[in-house]
Design a protein. Structure first.
Length: 236
């Protein structure tokens, strides 16, 4: 049986992989807020349990069993976030924090009843899918808002999981309407990597390049085709 700490490490590895950041021990230690020796010891334990593989250059891969555990926890986390925001009215940041506490304690029965009560939503409030990603979805190129050409209009696909532990950043996204499916047009780019001025549903918002880098969007040429699906996710 895995411990809560082990489960958190598996979720962190899965998150880095899904965000296209191959998890080295150094990257994982930084993301989890632990020292590299602590991360190294945890990795050796997870490898002995058959949940990960440490490959050349100290990059970590999930085994099939490790991926299944991580996918289950991510699914429950995102489902709880949806329940806390939609049913209880919590803000995004508070819901994310509370979901971390609850995801390890939910049984399959409660998970199923919660999903049914919510109408089987497809995504969490930030647009990340509640069901596990398919291999094709994991291979789909990701485009950040920070990379969108000046004057282009895109639709917000989802907010990176890597941004969700930053409470102030998550509250900024929610407060300024950066919700999955919303239309965004890049109006201006500040000099010397300065902030972007974007139009979000008709409102102008200034957003730093680093904050914009955590907003995954459909490419401009795909934005129109993605519209209906994005709108469904936004209200799921």
């Amino acid at each position: 049986m895995t411990t809560t700490a082990s489960e958190q490490y598996l979720v962190a590895i899965c998150t880095l992989i899904d965000e296209r950041r191959p998890p080295t021990l150094a990257q994982l230690a930084a993301y989890c807020g632990v020292t590299q020796p602590t991360m190294g010891e945890a990795a050796r334990k997870l490898e002995r349990e058959g949940l990960i593989r440490v490959v050349p250059r100290r990059t970590i891969e999930l085994t099939e069993q490790g991926r299944a555990i991580a996918d289950t926890l991510l699914r429950r986390h995102r489902l709880v976030e949806r329940w806390l925001t939609d049913a209880l009215g919590l803000d995004w940041a508070t819901a994310h924090e509370e979901a971390h506490r609850l995801e390890h304690a939910i049984s399959p029965l409660v998970e199923e009843r919660m999903a049914a009560a919510l109408g089987y939503p497809e995504t969490c409030p930030h647009g990340n899918p509640i069901r596990p990603l398919t291999p094709e979805e994991r291979a789909t190129p990701l485009v950040a808002l920070s990379e969108v050409p000046l004057g282009s209009e895109v639709r917000l696909r989802r907010i990176s999981e890597l941004a969700e532990d930053d409470r102030e950043l998550l509250l900024f996204y929610e407060r300024h309407g950066f919700r999955p499916g919303v239309r965004i047009r890049v109006r201006e780019r500040g000099p010397l990597n300065g902030p972007l001025t974007v139009e979000v549903d008709g409102r102008e918002v200034a957003i730093g390049v680093e904050a914009a880098a955590f907003l995954w969007v459909w490419p401009p040429e795909d934005a129109a085709n993605a519209g209906q699906g994005a709108a469904r996710q936004a209200v799921a």
